[in-house]
Design a protein around this ligand. Structure first.
Ligand SMILES: Nc1nc2c(c(=O)[nH]1)N[C@H]1C(S)=C(S)[C@@H](COP(=O)(O)O)O[C@H]1N2
Ligand SMILES: [Mo]
Length: 359
């Protein structure tokens, strides 16, 4: 099988947003289970799928620079983390005026079981210098970035995807960051970052650098295009802020939007997640106004993944109904009614509204 066939098969079940670079949403079925089947996991790439030579170079301000292979990573203790990834641009299409950027609907979110070595254990081997402030991760992907760069100093003819994390976060065992080489028990596929990638739980997925090629410890903050140009909330009325943790959000997975229910009772189901969470409450409204009623929320099955919720909807009258679901997290964050508009269209966690008819 050629590489092209391989990718084609891997992409067959997704909803394409852009053929090149390939960007595709998950179908609604991706949100039903605890874990999204690999072939239903959304894909977001800024450049074409790159070749990767199979090594990870680690350097910069470190005592012991290293080059690691997949086998080297596999020889370290393996950890499984089930992680919900959401693109910061998910829901961009719902913002007005419409921001520039990939036109994502609401399905650039999925959950997979990732297996790999812990980033902090790998970094401990290279002995980061005391003056280190950030770790920058470079992907193997690169290419022209014409008409897209925000920073004037960006090389628009040849740019590489790179993102930095604070060294404290990268070295903290509690952050759960993986250099992952398996997804749902299989070697990583090419669209998802083969042979290995970062998985940074709780953050918008831009932090989870695919096709990981280099890690460098820096003594000055990193200011590349994907760090300080893109992935910045450009608020209309307050200072710009970097995109970091996923904002609290609930989705309704059942009934489907626009569907018809036959009985006068039905179970409404969905998912909820937050990077500043866990989610501590989901409320449902049947009026389109306030009147929030508590849903039943399942406890988190892990530290980094979405939670299930359900709500018994009784005495459904014949006709059209609006259904809304709103999540609140442990930090007290609650979803807004209206998307928090920003120029590049990130972080839309507005309350979902669907319509359902009772026959
Ligand atoms: N090297 C590299 N890593 C990357 C990206 C990229 O363009 N290049 N895109 C990021 C963004 S914006 C998202 S949302 C996630 C998507 O991961 P997935 O395609 O496995 O769902 O990868 C992140 N990692
Ligand atoms: Mo993203």
């Amino acid at each position: 099988m050629t590489v092209a066939d391989d990718l084609e098969a891997a992409r067959a079940a997704l909803v394409m947003i852009n053929p090149a670079p390939y960007n595709a949403e998950a179908p609604p079925a991706a949100l039903v289970g605890d874990v999204t089947p690999t072939e239903l996991h959304y894909v977001r790439s800024n450049f074409a799928v790159p070749d990767h030579d199979g090594t990870l170079e680690i350097g910069g301000a470190v005592g012991v620079p290293m080059s690691l292979t997949l086998d080297d990573l596999r020889s370290l203790p393996a950890h499984d983390h089930t992680v919900t990834l959401e693109c910061a641009g998910n829901g961009r299409l719902d913002m007005r005026p419409l921001p520039t950027g990939e036109p994502w609907g609401d399905f650039a979110v999925s959950t997979a079981r990732w297996t790999g070595a812990l980033l902090h254990e790998v970094l401990a081997k290279v002995a980061p210098a005391a003056e280190g402030v950030e770790v920058v991760a470079h992907g193997a992907d690169h290419g022209p970035y014409h008409l897209q760069a925000i920073l004037p100093e960006t090389d628009q003819d040849e740019l590489t995807f790179a993102r930095a994390l604070a060294i404290g976060e990268a070295m903290d065992p509690a952050s759960g960051i993986l250099i992952a080489y398996e997804m749902n028990g299989q070697p990583l596929g090419r669209d998802h970052g083969a042979p290995f990638r970062l998985i940074v739980p709780h953050w918008y997925a831009v932090a989870s650098v695919k096709w990981l090629k280099r890690l460098d410890v820096l003594t000055e903050p990193y200011a590349g295009e994907f760090q300080t140009g893109h992935y910045i909330y450009q608020w209309p009325d307050r200072p710009h802020e970097p995109v970091t943790l996923m904002r609290v959000r609930a989705r309704i997975t059942d009934p489907a939007p626009g569907s018809t229910v036959d009985a006068d009772t039905c179970t409404v189901r969905g998912k909820a997640w937050s990077g500043t969470g866990p989610v501590v409450g989901v409320d449902v409204s049947l009026t389109g106004e306030g009147d929030w009623q508590p849903a039943r929320l399942e406890p988190p099955r892990g530290d980094y993944q979405w939670q299930d919720w359900s709500f018994t909807w009784d005495s459904i009258g014949v006709g059209r109904h609006t259904l809304r679901a709103r999540a609140t997290d442990a930090a007290g964050n609650v979803q807004p009614d209206v998307p928090p508009w920003n120029r590049l269209g990130y972080g839309n966690n507005a309350i979902e509204v669907i319509y359902v008819d009772r026959r």
